[in-house]
Design a protein around this ligand. Structure first.
Ligand code: COA
Length: 319
């Protein structure tokens, strides 16, 4: 029995903010941002567009395109670090909005590695609980948590959501082949190299980050988890058609490929248009690559991500 991604839909807020737009209010430039990150623009949610709004919009599209009866859905799992409220969960808001009243629903929070964590949770639960249809959604409005006066962080992020329909298949040659998760909370003692700080007394708090340290960890840990999952699956990078990493920064991906000997030509990069959308970035990149005809049915994909916590992990999926 395998868990297969049978349909995917995305939603991006209409408002696009370019690097030039940012340079009007910040001491920065397109040149600085683009050369260090590969980012050209990002989608930014309006005050009315909450994380649940993005999730519901992506899921509604998915339900229509895959012609899914809401009452056939067994579970809804949302990966997010930017839920509208501490509770109820974003997943419950989606459940109510689409009328999937048979489904249980909950959020997963593993920051930018959240999609891989949520995929691993969904895959395990589908097998253990014999679930037939699960909605796996990654939705983030990370720009609501940036300090727009801090040029070292605000230029890096964007908003978006991706929704996937996961179904059981008896075809052992497709679907989720392996998942591998890691965490290291020890970074707390270094005063959080990547965190959302100061959420107290009604203050929403802002993202803080030690950019150079995150850069180094991202390369080391994503490369390590890809090597480990490949070895444990009895595969090599030659068995992989496309690597779809978390889209934090093009330069991280280029450096990782150079330093750890991964083929850059197999890496899907959408950083230029999406920026870092936290856990939504892999589904957004996958959908773009499928729509553009790069990723095709039957391809073997290697997902990898690193986020605050630190959390990181990889997954191998045949689409
Ligand atoms: N525009 C112009 N200058 C900027 C700037 C901006 N947007 N942001 C920072 N700077 C300046 C700094 O103030 C610093 O100036 P100084 O030397 O006068 O003090 C200079 O640029 C270098 O800053 P530094 O932070 O050392 O730059 P960097 O080359 O390491 O690049 C990042 C910064 C954030 C792009 C890079 O560290 C990075 O990509 N890190 C990983 C971030 C990430 O992906 N996080 C999410 C992981 S999930």
């Amino acid at each position: 029995m395998r868990t297969k991604i049978t349909s995917i839909a995305t939603y991006l807020p209409e408002k696009v903010v370019t690097n030039d737009d940012l340079s009007k209010s910040l001491d920065t430039s397109h040149e600085w941002i683009y050369t260090r990150t590969g980012i050209e623009s990002r989608h930014v949610s309006s005050d009315e567009e909450l994380t649940s709004t993005l999730a519901i919009n992506a899921t509604t599209k998915l339900m229509q395109q895959a012609d899914v009866d809401p009452m056939s859905v067994d579970a809804i799992i949302v990966s997010t670090t930017t839920g509208d409220t501490r509770f109820p969960s974003c997943a419950c808001k989606v459940q109510g909005a689409i009328g999937a009243y048979r489904a249980f629903a909950f959020d997963v929070n593993a920051a930018c590695a959240g999609f891989i964590y949520a995929l691993a949770v969904a895959d395990s639960m589908m097998k253990a609980m014999k679930l037939r249809k699960v909605l796996l959604i990654a939705s983030e409005t990370i720009t609501k948590f940036v300090d727009w006066t801090d040029r070292s962080t605000c230029v890096l992020f964007g908003d978006g959501a991706g929704a996937m329909l996961l179904e059981q298949t008896e075809d052992d040659n497709t679907g989720v082949i392996a998942t591998k998760l890691y965490a290291n909370g020890e970074e707390e003692k270094y005063n959080s190299i990547l965190a959302h700080n100061g959420e107290q007394n009604g203050n929403r708090g802002y993202i803080t980050m030690a950019g150079r340290t995150v850069f180094k960890y991202a390369i080391d840990y994503m490369a390590m988890s890809m090597n480990e999952i490949l070895a444990e699956s009895g595969m090599t990078i030659d068995d992989i058609d496309w690597i779809i990493p978390h889209q934090a920064n093009r330069r991280i991906l280029e450096s990782m490929c150079k330093m750890r000997d991964f083929p850059l030509e197999k890496v899907i990069i959408t950083t230029q248009e999406h920026a870092n959308t936290s856990s939504a970035s892999i589904p957004l990149a996958l959908k773009d690559a499928m729509d553009g005809g790069t990723v095709k049915s039957g391809n073997t994909l290697l997902f990898t991500a690193l986020g605050a916590g630190l959390t990181w992990g990889s997954a191998i999926v045949r689409i």
